[in-house]
Design a binder for this molecule. Structure first.
Ligand SMILES: C[S@@+](CC[C@H](N)C(=O)[O-])C[C@H]1O[C@@H](n2cnc3c(N)ncnc32)[C@H](O)[C@@H]1O
Length: 357
């Protein structure tokens, strides 16, 4: 029988930390990005000739900003590129072992994987800056994102169910830690934008018996959220609002808004649009909770987040952002960022409070 423990408020939580399992799973992107850099972009040969700013390197590689951030952040996290005086240059290890023609170059060994499906797909994604499934006649639709102008898997019943339930594997492990990390004593209504299964809200409801929640998502996704609310025994305190978070108004009664694993699905302009919209929907003293992963502010690691960023980049229009980037978005929306509280599987929660203007 599976062992679980209960925390101080009787919520079930895992006894062991599953973070390494997520790291092994996401590790494939390390090989893909490294092989792409060596065998398809000649990135190390180019940087050996001359150190460059991020923008100069990005232009040399003919990459847009988002794919360039994903690729370069991962290579910095691997200790192959370092920044000095605003310019990116090879580290000693990369200069000795990854520059074509050098005595101890091992690039041709990595080239063994150059034509494998994973590497070829990653190269195509980096060049096109388009998520998997979003383009072409027979495209099934991009996972997890819906907005005007893209084909979304979340509009097809079977795909919405598949992708939504896939995230429950992480949510059921992480949600108890989020409920522990955020005090909700003074909150009355939680709006969970892009709530998916709703599990993060449901565990908060279990921990805070006075709280109500509104789960906002696409229609097919909310069919699953409704089933889950019953399983978690909190359906009587939940409301489900079917809509488009970009185009439709948010319910106005919430004093706390949760964006859990949402902003990392979108490019910078859409992130700011969503943060602005959440800020406008909050009352004075209300809080926006960004529950996500955080890159280092220098965009040079940590490696597990940099590799997860490649996964987000592949499936969606987003990537992992740094805490500084998120704080900038909160401040631009008139919210005051608070300290980040860690949850689980490299996630943490960054609050932004709306104060009187
Ligand atoms: C990565 S999932 C996150 C789900 C959940 N918050 C979690 O942390 O597991 C992104 C969610 O945003 C929803 N979503 C994407 N675009 C949306 C839109 N335009 N309007 C409403 N929901 C949207 C998706 O259907 C999906 O459930």
């Amino acid at each position: 029988m599976q062992k679980t423990t209960q925390n101080s408020t009787g919520i079930q939580q895992p006894t062991t930390d599953p973070t390494p399992i997520f790291e092994y799973f996401r590790g494939m992107h390390g090989s893909e990005l490294l092989t792409a850099a060596v065998a398809h972009f000649d990135l190390f040969g180019r940087l050996e000739k001359t150190p460059m700013t991020f923008d100069a390197l990005r232009k040399e590689l003919q990459l847009e900003k988002r794919p360039a951030v994903v690729l370069i952040t991962a290579l910095r996290a691997m200790g192959l590129i370092a920044e000095s005086d605003g310019k990116l240059a090879l580290t000693d290890m990369a200069s000795e072992h990854l520059v074509p023609g050098k005595t101890f170059d091992c690039g041709n060994y990595l080239g063994l994987a150059a034509q494998t499906p994973g590497v070829l797909t990653m190269v195509e994604l980096l060049k096109s800056n388009r998520p998997l499934g979003s383009d072409g006649e027979d495209a099934s639709g991009a996972a997890y994102i819906y907005r005007d102008g893209i084909k979304s898997a979340m509009e097809a019943e079977d795909l919405a169910r598949h992708f939504t339930l896939a995230l429950s594997g992480r949510a059921k492990n992480v949600a108890p830690a989020l409920a522990e990390a955020v005090a909700m004593d003074d909150a009355t209504v939680l709006l969970d934008v892009g709530g998916g299964t709703g599990i993060y809200s449901y565990v908060m409801l279990q921990k805070n018996p006075h709280l109500r929640a509104i789960i906002f998502d696409r229609p097919m996704v909310l069919n699953i959220a409704e089933e889950m609310a019953k399983e978690y025994g909190v359906a009587d305190r939940c409301e489900f609002v079917r809509g488009d978070m970009f185009a439709d108004p948010f319910p106005v009664e919430a004093d706390t808004i949760l964006l859990s694993n949402i902003l990392h699905d979108w490019d910078e302009a859409e992130c700011q649009q969503l943060v602005d919209k959440c800020a406008a929907a909050l009352p004075e003293g209300g809080r926006l909770l960004i529950h996500d992963v955080f890159l280092n502010d220098a965009l040079d690691g940590p490696l597990p987040i940099a590799l997860y960023s490649a996964s987000l980049f592949s499936f969606t229009e987003g990537r992992a952002y740094s805490a500084a980037e998120y704080r900038g978005m909160l401040e631009a929306a008139g919210l005051t960022p608070g300290p980040i509280a860690p949850t689980l599987v490299h996630c943490g929660v960054l609050p932004g409070t709306r104060h009187a203007k």
